[in-house]
Design a protein around this ligand. Structure first.
Ligand SMILES: N[C@@H](CCC(=O)N[C@@H](CS)C(=O)NCC(=O)O)C(=O)O
Length: 422
């Protein structure tokens, strides 16, 4: 079968974006040849990002992207032990059940890609529900089946598990102060970034309609238009009633819009002069934050905002789809001018909100009000988040004696919220 590439265009230096004419039903997978462990099969998506200089062949029903240089750091220079461990998985890759529309799935997938861990991306849909259920303890994506028969859920622990098995390339700056800031930003992306993304995704009609249609088509790739439309209507009805999960309401809508505006400007400024949040290579924090913005780029309202105002944020999101190690982490000195304002934002909005949410859960309150940067904000408490605040505090406790870190956290208004007494 002949596969046509509709468009190939440079996304940024060193990358090409290929848009395929055919979607998943016709183009079943990409093969990326890696001399270390054979090949990685990846389901083809409509947009594929490929590094330039790599020959791309049309072979049957798959694109074959050949060559050892698909990624900047290949071949992976691990010792023989690590290589053996990778080779164990040659015949059985990790299976990652996910969705292009799920920030946490995309985040985990980028981590697998960055670590060059053989994996198969499987879009969760009705036809694979039985396999998915064998893996998923909770009805959420991502869900990962490990080659040894285990199962993983929850994107942060999934990334930590991968760190344990595949420490290189590391996403943790060696400087312990920067290392913690990266963990803090990962958590910030997951919880606060998701609030912004989810609110906009299910708020305006245009976003509800577009998202429901995309989700329905993803679920039913071979469905008729009428079937897809019916599914889209169901999804829209189910999801628009769920905004309160993240505090989205008539009262909070203008506030949340302001929170996004402010954050977008801060990120745009910071990413104007570097590839990733902490320098020339992706940090743990990049994965948490980018995933929410990558989703926003799918959604009409947020996409228009970002496209009009934040071209560096767009480039960073695309970069994070196939993250590369292009150099070193920077020092605090060089990051400070534009990273400090982002951390100040975290200390002004995310952390006080997070602590107020945890207190409300503890007291069993049905809703809570917190003053964020001088304005009152009210929502129902979010369950999952209290647990992840505890985890974040435990991560801070492990480096709490670091004077340089404490100075940064104090200056940015973050420190008090990380103490268990708060
Ligand atoms: N904390 C989890 C959150 C996962 C999550 O909320 N996944 C959403 C999609 S982004 C989900 O599967 N929701 C249920 C559904 O879509 O049916 C993680 O980091 O993996």
């Amino acid at each position: 079968m002949k596969i046509r590439v509709r468009k190939i265009r440079p996304v940024e230096t060193g990358f090409l974006e290929m848009r395929l004419d055919e979607g998943p039903p016709q183009v079943s997978y990409l093969e990326i040849v890696n001399p270390d462990f054979g090949f990685v099969k990846r389901p083809a998506e409509n947009a594929v990002f490929v590094r330039t200089g790599v020959p791309v062949h049309n072979s049957g029903n798959a694109f074959r992207v050949c060559g050892p240089c698909m990624r900047g750091e290949w071949p992976v220079r691990d010792g023989p032990e690590k290589r053996q461990e990778r080779q164990k998985f040659m015949s059985k890759p990790y299976i990652v059940f996910g969705s292009e529309m799920s920030p946490y799935s995309v985040k985990a997938r980028s981590y697998f890609r960055y670590k060059a861990v053989p994996h198969q991306w499987v879009v969760r849909r009705p036809e694979n529900e039985a396999e998915y259920k064998k893996v998923a303890r909770l009805p959420i994506v991502p869900a990962v089946a490990t080659p040894d028969g285990g199962a993983l859920q929850d994107s942060t622990p999934i990334m930590e598990y991968l760190d344990g098995h595949f420490p290189e390339p590391s996403t943790h700056p060696a400087d312990p102060a920067l290392g913690f800031l990266s963990l803090l930003l990962e958590e910030f992306g997951d919880e606060w970034g998701n609030k912004l993304m989810f609110h906009f995704r299910w708020w305006a009609d245009v976003d509800q309609i577009a998202t429901a249609q995309t989700l329905a088509r993803q679920m039913l790739p071979r469905g008729t238009d009428a079937e897809v439309q019916q599914a889209a209507t169901m999804i829209r009805t189910r999801m628009t009633g769920r905004g309160y999960f993240v505090g989205s309401s008539k009262e909070t809508a203008p506030l949340i819009a302001g929170y996004l505006d402010t954050l977008l400007d801060l990120l745009e400024n910071h990413l104007g002069t570097r590839k990733y949040l902490f320098g020339a290579r992706p940090s743990f924090g990049d994965f948490g934050v980018f995933a929410q913005f990558y989703e926003m780029l799918n959604d009409p309202t947020c996409a228009s905002l970002i496209r009009a105002r934040a071209v560096h944020v767009i480039n960073w999101c695309y970069r994070m789809i196939e993250p590369r190690n292009d150099g070193e982490f920077e020092s605090w000195q060089s990051l400070q001018p534009t990273l400090e304002p982002i951390l100040t934002y975290v200390g002004q909005y995310f952390l006080p909100w997070s602590v107020a949410n945890a207190k409300a859960l503890q007291s069993g309150a049905e809703s809570f009000t917190v003053t964020l940067a001088g304005t009152e904000y009210t929502q129902q408490p979010q369950k999952y988040h209290a647990k992840s605040l505890q985890v974040l505090r435990a991560k801070y406790a492990a480096v709490a004696d670091n004077a340089a870190l404490n100075e940064i956290l104090t200056k940015t208004g973050c420190l008090a919220w990380l103490q268990p007494s708060q």
